[in-house]
Design a protein around this ligand. Structure first.
Ligand SMILES: NC(=O)c1ccc[n+]([C@@H]2O[C@H](COP(=O)([O-])OP(=O)(O)OC[C@H]3O[C@@H](n4cnc5c(N)ncnc54)[C@H](O)[C@@H]3O)[C@@H](O)[C@H]2O)c1
Ligand SMILES: [Zn+2]
Length: 361
């Protein structure tokens, strides 16, 4: 099967997202074709590199990679400066292309290192988690955490190429894999009813990581993300729909100090809360709430929320980046594949939705 090629337009120039089973084996050639070379530096994490490093022999780099820690705790400026150190030592110049191989943490932090080295050198993303393949590798948001908040330091730096190979997902722990599936469901709710049908009807094969089941999910999700960020790179309007489930999802992550949930798990809850808020406000049909509730429940058990205070979560929403000049733009679902933005959601609405999830008062 030839790879799926999806175009993304960005202010800094258009780029392609390539999706294909075993496409990593031809990464070098794809980069040649995209005019990205010959100076290349791979950056990954020890765990990912142990599992998949040997597959990058043809990428044109000298086989070794710069390895930095991943995980949310390593997503900070210290790790970015390790990448900078390696770039300086390797005499990287404006022609050098950095290849980020890993999950969303590696993609975000290496993307930021590339954005800031020599005021910006090119980066290619090779996402290795489902979440990174369907979401974080596309769209050009890069950055790291500050000790006082997540993703507070960052910049837009569009990649020059994204190469997503679903076969690497075979080694992903089930919980990480599941985390990405909630984002796939999000795309289904906001833009693609067929994706919801596909997840529901092929779930066992998806969990078995069968390429025929997983690759179409990745491709369809990437198509939606690519379409949205091409139309609205800087989140002036349309891109907000990608935040469906994220207002309350982020609040749950913040209220538990980013320790309890994988990102997607929090979004699983966040979507249910957004749907029940939508039902309460009369914009979301009950049937959609029921459908997504069943699907989310079917995916597996989520971490508990009953000890989280709705007031604390509410305070976290107030500090969220999505609140613009005091106005919360809350994305609600209107039908399978349709959304609207509510700008008059009250703290009472939010608290009621969180109480419905099971948070304490
Ligand atoms: N830039 C964006 O637009 C955007 C969008 C969504 C999320 N994000 C960011 O993405 C991050 C989360 O990304 P994530 O969920 O990929 O987490 P992650 O990068 O922490 O990866 C999760 C774990 O999986 C391991 N791993 C990665 N690939 C593997 C593989 N193929 N096999 C086995 N193990 C593998 C990693 O080593 C890590 O331990 C968050 O920091 C979030 O802020 C960014
Ligand atoms: Zn997300």
């Amino acid at each position: 099967m030839p790879p799926t090629r999806i175009g993304v337009t960005a202010a800094a120039g258009a780029y392609s997202v390539l999706i294909g089973d075993n496409i990593i084996d031809t990464l070098g050639r794809e980069m040649d074709d995209a005019g990205l070379g010959p100076r290349r530096i791979l950056v990954s994490s020890p765990g990912v590199w142990d599992l998949h490093g040997q597959r990058f022999r043809t990428a044109g780099a000298d086989r070794t990679a710069v390895l930095v820690a991943d995980g949310e705790r390593a997503k900070n400026l210290r790790t970015v400066s390790r990448v900078h150190d390696a770039l300086v030592k390797a005499n990287a110049d404006r022609s050098t292309v950095v290849i980020a191989v890993g999950g969303g943490v590696i993609g975000d932090l290496v993307g930021f290192a590339a954005a800031t080295y020599l005021r910006g050198i090119r980066v290619v993303h090779v996402p290795t988690t489902l979440l990174a393949q369907v979401d974080s590798a596309i769209g050009g948001k890069t950055g790291v955490n500050h000790s006082l908040g997540k993703n507070l330091i960052g910049s837009f730096h569009a990649p020059s190429l994204v190469v997503a190979d679903p076969t690497v997902l075979g080694t992903l722990p089930r919980r990480e894999f599941r985390s990405g599936l909630y984002e796939v469901i999000k795309y289904g709710v906001i833009a693609a009813p067929s994706l919801l049908d596909r997840v529901r009807t092929t779930l066992p094969a998806i969990f078995d990581r069968e390429p025929e089941a997983v690759s179409p999910l990745v491709a369809e999700s990437c198509r939606i993300k690519a379409r949205v960020v091409s139309a609205d790179e800087r989140e002036g309007g349309l891109r907000r729909i990608l935040n469906f489930g994220h207002t309350i999802g982020h609040a749950l992550e913040a209220a538990t100090k980013y320790k309890r949930f994988r990102h997607g798990e929090a979004i699983g809850y966040g979507m249910l809360a957004a749907l029940s808020l939508g039902v309460a406000r009369g914009v979301t049909p009950d049937s959609l709430y029921d459908e997504i509730h069943n699907l989310v429940t079917h995916l597996g058990r989520l971490p508990p929320v009953s000890d989280i205070s709705a007031n604390e979560a509410l305070a976290a929403i107030g500090r969220d980046k999505k609140v613009v000049a005091g106005t919360l733009h809350f994305v609600a679902a209107t039908k399978r594949g349709g959304t609207t933005t509510l700008t008059n959601v009250t703290p009472t609405d939010l608290k009621a939705a969180m109480r419905e999830l099971g948070l304490k008062a």
